[in-house]
Ligand binder design. Structure first.
Ligand code: HEC
Ligand code: HEC
Ligand code: HEC
Ligand code: HEC
Ligand code: HEC
Length: 350
């Protein structure tokens, strides 16, 4: 029996959300036949992996999702047991994949492999970064939805769906992540703080199971019930004339949509800013494209948004910085200091 190929899995997973690269920034049709530069594992001239080389299956259960249970609970080696249910980079590469003594190995308990090895996502095809529903509804004179194309030949506006922004080569946002995402439900009462996080990244710097992990941050504008303080789910494509794609009337689309869910709608709504996080884990670049030290250890560098811990080079602190960077210069400074100490100690002892 043939194992499912990337065609099988990608046929669904590359087109989630209604098109190529709409949802995930690291799963799109460019992975059908990627160059090694795009994905070392799936490229023919790289590992030539199918999805199932990493997502091993046991009794139709596909390994590798972490959304409900933390990802880092069980770190077994694939060599020990090829049927593990939870995969991680370290399942194949170990937690210390770099040369012995490399400062990089000291990072893997805090910084996920993906953070350094996926310097940007959507490196080949663009991905949708913003979806603003509030502008939907513009129609041509003969009642057809207005359609406009922008950069990369992608829709920048569609009368049925609103305005979009597509981007390529996107630098991820980084968060402490324990492998779980918590999703907002239609019944959750929300403070219309700006923006509303439709899913939240769980984890913290104090949790030994959390790592700094890369994400695609998708932003949008979506309908919100200002009385009930809940998100709203419109009836978009129903057969009834109330469906948005027939009526282009939010009031009826929202009330019939919420009715279909058996949920209350006050009739009062506005469009609010939202955010959604997609973890980035595919499109691992060749080693020579991985992040160098100063991508993070500098002012205004990648981790500028994360606080509450000390990072040499980023956070200014005289002595600590000096000591930190003595270690950073690693091989060179390390050898020098070490040599010097040996000399000093050697003299003392002789
Ligand atoms: C018929 C469409 C379809 C095919 C084919 C398919 N999947 Fe899925 N897969 C889904 C849907 C739908 C979900 C659940 C919703 C989601 O997370 O996107 C899912 C969930 C997953 C998850 C968990 C994702 C999560 O967010 O929890 C993984 C991993 C996965 N699939 C991998 C694969 C692999 C590997 C293959 C090929 C062997 C494959 N899928 C084939 C539709 C499909
Ligand atoms: C080199 C190994 C590897 C390959 C090849 C691979 N994946 Fe994954 N995938 C992972 C890892 C690691 C995760 C994160 C799992 C976790 O944290 O539990 C993941 C997560 C996922 C998820 C969950 C959503 C997300 O983005 O986190 C989906 C869906 C998925 N993979 C689908 C696929 C599909 C489809 C393919 C083939 C086109 C594929 N994967 C190929 C390693 C791989
Ligand atoms: C199923 C085992 C497996 C998993 C899981 C896996 N890798 Fe690999 N990885 C390999 C193999 C085998 C190669 C060599 C591919 C080749 O022939 O180029 C490789 C190559 C690499 C390289 C390229 C090294 C070079 O010489 O340029 C990097 C970087 C890398 N992996 C990082 C990761 C990261 C990050 C993850 C998690 C997202 C991961 N790997 C998950 C098996 C795996
Ligand atoms: C702080 C950034 C950083 C982190 C974290 C990191 N790497 Fe690397 N990695 C690099 C850089 C830069 C290189 C290229 C230079 C080198 O080989 O040391 C590299 C090289 C590699 C190579 C090629 C090694 C070789 O000898 O050819 C593999 C495989 C690899 N990393 C896998 C991983 C895995 C798996 C993890 C997580 C357990 C990880 N890396 C975590 C930055 C990082
Ligand atoms: C992806 C971002 C990132 C990259 C790239 C990176 N670091 Fe770090 N580094 C961190 C973070 C985050 C911490 C703080 C982790 C902690 O609290 O232990 C840290 C801490 C350190 C520390 C202080 C703690 C210790 O382990 O001594 C040193 C020194 C250091 N890094 C050196 C380096 C060197 C050298 C490189 C390049 C080989 C490098 N870093 C690349 C993110 C990064």
């Amino acid at each position: 029996m043939a194992r499912p190929s990337r065609k099988n899995c990608g046929g669904c997973h590359f087109y989630g959300g209604g098109g190529d690269g709409v949802k995930h920034g690291d799963l799109d049709s460019s992975l059908f036949d990627p160059a090694r530069e795009l994905d070392v594992h799936m490229a023919e001239e790289g590992g030539g992996f199918d999805c199932t080389r990493c997502h091993t299956t046991r009794a139709h259960f596909i390994s590798g999702r972490c959304y409900k249970t933390p990802a880092f609970d069980e770190r077994k080696s694939l060599i020990d047991d090829d049927m593990i249910e939870r995969i991680a980079c370290s399942s194949c590469h170990t937690e210390t994949p770099h040369e012995p003594g490399s400062k990089r190995n000291d990072h893997t308990d805090k910084v996920a492999c993906q953070s350094c090895h996926i310097p940007a996502f959507a490196r080949e095809n663009p991905t949708k970064m913003r979806w603003d529903w509030s502008t939907a509804g513009r129609l041509t004179e003969d009642g057809k939805p207005v359609v406009e194309k922008g950069e990369y030949g992608k829709h920048s506006y569609h009368g049925k769906k609103g305005s979009f922004r597509w981007e390529k080569n996107v630098v991820p946002e980084y968060f402490w992540f324990n492998g779980s995402l918590e999703y907002v439900l239609l019944t959750d009462k929300l403070e219309p703080s700006e923006p509303i996080e439709l899913n939240r990244v769980m984890g913290s710097k104090d949790d030994p199971k959390s790592r700094i992990y890369p994400f695609k941050l998708h932003s949008g504008k979506m309908p919100f019930d200002t009385e009930n303080k809940t998100m709203l789910s419109p009836n978009l494509f129903g057969k009834e004339k109330e469906a948005y794609w027939k009526s282009y009337d939010w009031d009826t689309a929202l009330s019939t949509g919420m009715e279909a869910h058996g949920l209350d709608f006050s009739g009062e709504y506005e469009f609010v800013e939202t955010q959604y996080h997609f973890p980035i884990t595919h499109m691992v670049a060749p080693a020579e494209s991985a992040l160098e030290c100063t991508a993070c250890h500098a002012d205004q560098a990648r981790l500028a948004g994360l606080s509450g811990f000390y990072m040499p080079g980023r956070d200014k602190s005289g002595v600590l910085d000096f000591l930190g960077w003595a270690a950073v210069l690693g091989s060179l400074a390390g050898v020098l200091v070490h040599g010097l100490m040996r000399k000093v100690l050697g003299r003392k002892n002789s």
